[in-house]
Design a protein around this ligand. Sequence first.
Ligand SMILES: [Zn+2]
Length: 209
Amino acid sequence: MKICAPTKRWTWRLKLFAVAFASAAAVTPVLADSIYPTRNANWPCLNWGRQTPAANAGRNWCMTDNAGVFWASDGSLNQSQVALINTVVEREYEPTDLSVGTEPPQFEGTHQTDIIYGIRSDVPSVAEAVTWCDTTFDQQRCDQHYVMFKTAQHVSEHNICHETGHAVGLVHGFEMSPQLDEASGKLGCMGSSGNSLTSEMRAEINRVY
Ligand SMILES: [Zn+2]
């Protein structure tokens, strides 16, 4: 019986591949390629570590490593800020093919918490918040992203929705392929305003996870 096992498993892999291929082909066409990597968002996925990157602080995110997205506070957020993050993340990302939830923060090892949220005064002055990859999983996927807000006032619905989007790979309009104007309503919270993901953004998440 043991001899049969690998063959059986291989057959299952082929079936799963066939199913995955069929469902990918059936997906509704999306607005644009708006998840890293795109033709206009093709930086390497790098280990930036725990410190706020001094340079290129806006272009240091990648895809997350799988559809199960667990998050935690780094300890710098108060209860109401954590509650607001929970509300926005559950409302906007749980309805996608991602499954979101909290866990005690894991900063080291092979199963690090996917997103660590916090407040950092050294966030570059041009930004209200930044997202970067602390530890990569492979060349395109990150094991752990940091989402850091500049001050308590910047822990807003828009910034939570927008930065969490980066932590799963969503890009800005000018980084999409083809590009979209930042003021486009089709960008939802990935644009310069808005507190929600659009159906196009949700479809894009569902296309890759
Ligand atoms: Zn952004």
